[in-house]
Design a protein around this ligand. Structure first.
Ligand code: SAM
Length: 206
């Protein structure tokens, strides 16, 4: 029987070790869900996905939340827009937290009196902190506009910036060896951000 330390060394994949991590490896499974926002699904993604309109129905979001709780008990995060928080939060178990992604730069629409400049993120679970690990904030200010072009970073409607992904990984206290699933890849930027973060946390064994 291996000791926890030996298991840590043996359980790395791709012949790569977890860099700088001294705690024994318990590989957890996390998910990030960025579904079409309730009420905007067909409008935003009707031409990209044949079943986009399903996310204009609350029961589709309820089924997604049930799936997240069932398949990712270690932890998950889900993006939504502020107007749908009142509908979607009651579908969640009591132990979720609501985080805020504040967008210091965002497009202000002329017919909207009060701009929507933040988005909720519902979080459940996460790896407990060790004494040495820093507490994370429950909000992030991070722009989704590229200041050089004035356009959406990545150019994809609803696309999420790398800073947001890294903050969520920190909030979940994810480890590079964990399995992290991007359930609604869209542009692929979230998956790429996870891969970049993972690569930084690892050193080749040889
Ligand atoms: C908010 S976007 C995800 C953006 C992504 N996180 C990014 O950073 O680029 C939602 C994505 O879900 C896709 N989608 C729409 N309806 C879907 C459905 N019924 N099942 C799965 N994906 C769907 C859309 O085409 C879109 O790519």
């Amino acid at each position: 029987m291996n000791s926890a330390k030996e298991t840590f060394a043996l359980e790395t994949d791709d012949r790569r070790a977890v860099h700088g991590t001294v705690r024994p490896l318990v590989r957890l499974r996390f998910a990030y869900a960025d579904p079409p926002y309730f009420g905007l699904a067909a409008k935003f993604y009707g031409d990209l996905h044949p079943d986009a309109a399903a996310y204009d129905r609350l029961e589709t979001h309820a089924a997604l939340i049930l799936r997240l709780c069932d398949e990712w008990p270690d932890g998950w995060a889900m993006s939504l827009h502020a107007p749908s928080l009142r509908h979607i939060l009651p579908l969640c178990p009591d132990d979720v937290r609501v985080l805020a992604w504040v967008k210091p730069m965002t497009s202000f629409k002329p017919n909207v009196r009060l701009a929507y400049a933040w988005e909720p993120i519902i979080l459940r679970g996460g790896r407990p902190l060790t004494r040495e690990q820093p507490t994370q904030r429950d909000w992030l200010a991070c722009s989704c506009i590229d200041t050089s072009t004035g356009r959406l970073k990545g150019g994809f409607k609803g696309g999420k910036p790398e800073g947001l992904v890294r903050w969520l990984l920190a909030v979940m206290n994810a480890d590079p060896a964990d399995e992290i699933t991007d359930l609604f890849p869209g542009s692929g930027d979230v998956t790429r951000a996870i891969q970049a973060w993972r690569a930084e946390g690892r050193l080749p064994l040889y």
